[in-house]
Unconditional design. Structure first.
Length: 205
């Protein structure tokens, strides 16, 4: 299933020089993972307190882009510079879930009419990542299938914020977008488990 995640190799190629310089400076992947989580919590708290202000809407695309960059860089540092660790794997998975919840729940504050849709979107985000981890636990490898993976969620909410900063009235349609995102998230859960079971059913596994 097509996903924004498929563009990750190209995104990584742009960030690889930064990852190399950070490694030379003594920065560890876990430092970036922790920064992404703490930053997401801080941004989420600001969004919840600021409400539907233009700066809050603009912060959404800006932070999601930075968060995706941090996630990509810490992964390259871990894999390509042999800095991977069990603690890093735990922080990466738990951090993504915590960051998503911290960023998605405040959407209900930015668009009160979308409260239940925002809650559903956040819940399904947690479930989809859980399905990806479950596939790995079963021995089928970590699944990143779409159509509403982490990168897709970031793109959707980032665009929602950008458009709302230009046309605030569009927040009236957020409940539709978030509800659709939640439905696509359920589809993502099904895809990840289905693909994991298919891998496990292959001969020799």
């Amino acid at each position: 299933m097509t996903s924004v995640y498929d563009l990750k190799p190209r995104f990584q190629s742009l960030l690889r020089p930064i990852a190399t310089r950070l490694v030379r400076a003594g920065v560890k992947p876990n430092h970036l993972t922790f920064a992404a989580v703490v930053g997401s919590i801080a941004v989420g708290a600001f969004l919840a307190g600021a409400g539907p202000l233009r700066i809050a809407f603009l912060l959404l695309p800006a932070w999601f882009l930075l968060r995706m960059a941090l996630n990509a860089i810490d992964g390259m540092m871990a894999r390509e510079h042999r800095l991977a660790s069990n603690l890093g794997a735990v922080l990466n998975e738990l951090g993504d879930v915590v960051a998503d919840v911290a960023l998605f729940l405040p959407l209900a504050r930015l668009a009160p009419g979308a409260a239940w849709a925002a809650i559903a979107f956040a819940l399904v985000a947690v479930l989809s990542e859980t399905c990806g981890i479950l596939a790995q636990a079963l021995g089928a490898g970590r699944r990143y299938d779409g159509p509403m993976g982490k990168s897709d969620r970031a793109l959707l909410v980032g665009l929602m914020g950008l458009v709302a900063a230009l046309w605030p009235a569009t927040t009236a349609a957020w409940w539709i977008l978030l509800a659709a995102g939640a439905v696509l998230g359920v589809w993502t859960c099904v895809n990840r488990i289905r693909m994991a079971l298919r891998v496990l059913a292959e001969p020799g596994l």
